[in-house]
Design a protein around this ligand. Structure first.
Ligand SMILES: Cc1cc2nc3c(=O)[nH]c(=O)nc-3n(C[C@H](O)[C@H](O)[C@H](O)COP(=O)(O)O)c2cc1C
Length: 343
């Protein structure tokens, strides 16, 4: 069915379609009948897919990666679609429009996307209110909810910890886990926060905050695929000394290797061309640390991809770009495929 709709959808501007899809999913999120239909057609449940991690119960290991639902508009729909967890954001302290359009580009020949959205989001206050309303009307989401935090563009880099702390404090009651995102290529200077000194200041601030809270919650760090091994080792040692719960590897790449498409747009590349890079990072990180929880993301779109990541030591996986190329029945295909592989 999606194969029929895709050529029509792909004729239109990518962000226009994204907004349309989000509108539909936000609507279905508020309508039990629609959720039921999505569940019937898209979801695949089997207890053998359960993953216990961070004291949470993930119904399956495949989550929605950050950036699709930045403003937490469709959490119920994602759960109904069959995602084992949902990560909203990136959320920043201040509401912001992001970069000028166009800023989202499809590369169909490569099954890839380039984006330079620049953390367009409603800001921590508005998103906290939204989650408060959602929890009041519907209770806690049916799958674990991750909240991914970024830095506002107007906040100078040296004040980054305050920006993350503001959002963290606002959103703490709602997330099951939190992600400190220092790896998006579309906020000037953000990835400098991956450097040892800045990262140490940031991790100290956020873990001090977390340790003071009555309710302990896991905090993860999301890293770029464009790091050197030396930087990755430094990050690993900081993650260990500040006892973070885990890593999310990886964000989009600023590299343009393995591309067939002739496209010259600035931004982060995701989808198939990121697959090997992201898998290689998973293998490297797992070699360096055998126990640290890792959520692997980047170019995952088939049962084989998911299986390969789990075999290489990922505790969970996430996807974004393949959902655009494969459509809403993807989760059923992947989860069913995992069970068939297990059998
Ligand atoms: C349009 C778009 C927007 C994104 N926005 C965010 C974001 O706000 N925060 C974040 O941590 N990652 C963001 N990402 C990165 C994804 O979460 C993911 O790490 C990356 O796309 C690799 O996965 P994929 O190949 O399955 O898409 C974004 C990706 C895309 C394509």
């Amino acid at each position: 069915m999606y194969a029929l709709a895709k050529p029509l959808l792909f004729k239109r501007d990518p962000e226009e379609i994204h907004d349309l899809v989000m509108k539909g999913l936000a609507w279905s999120s508020r309508h039990p009948g629609a959720l039921r239909l999505i569940d019937i057609f898209c979801n695949y449940k089997d207890e053998r897919l359960n993953v216990p991690l961070f004291g949470l119960d993930f119904p399956n290991p495949i989550g929605l990666a950050a950036g699709f639902d930045k403003n937490a508009r469709a959490i119920n729909s994602w759960a109904a679609m069959g995602f084992g967890f949902v990560e909203i954001g990136s959320v920043t302290q201040h509401a912001q429009d992001g970069n000028p359009k166009p800023r989202l580009f499809r590369l169909p020949q490569d099954e890839a996307i380039i984006n330079r959205m620049g953390f367009n989001n409603a800001g921590a206050d508005a998103i906290a209110q939204k989650l408060e309303r959602l929890f009041k009307s519907w209770g806690k989401p049916k799958v674990p909810l991750g909240i991914n935090l970024g830095k506002s563009k107007i906040t100078p880099l040296e004040d980054a910890p305050q920006d993350y702390l503001y959002s963290l404090a606002k959103l703490w009651p709602y997330g099951d886990y939190f992600v400190i995102n220092v790896s998006s290529p579309n906020t000037p200077g953000l990835r400098k926060l991956q450097d040892r000194e800045s990262l140490e200041v940031l991790l100290k601030a956020v873990t001090e905050f977390a340790n003071l809270q009555e309710l302990a919650k896991p905090m993860l760090l999301k890293i770029a695929p464009d790091l050197s091994f030396e930087q990755a080792d430094e990050i690993l040692s900081l993650v260990e000394s500040y006892t973070l719960a885990g890593l999310i590897a990886t964000n989009t790449t600023i590299g343009r290797e393995n591309l067939v498409s002739k496209i010259d747009e600035a931004g982060g590349l995701s989808g198939k061309p990121l697959k090997t890079m992201s898998l290689d990072w998973l293998k490297y990180l797992r070699k360096q640390n055998q126990t640290l929880p890792i959520i692997s993301v980047g170019g995952i779109g088939s049962v084989k991809d998911v299986y390969e990541r789990l075999e290489a030591g990922a505790n969970l996986v996430q996807l974004y770009t393949s959902l655009i190329y494969e459509g809403p029945f993807l989760l059923k295909k992947l989860n069913k495929g995992l069970i068939e592989r297990k059998a």
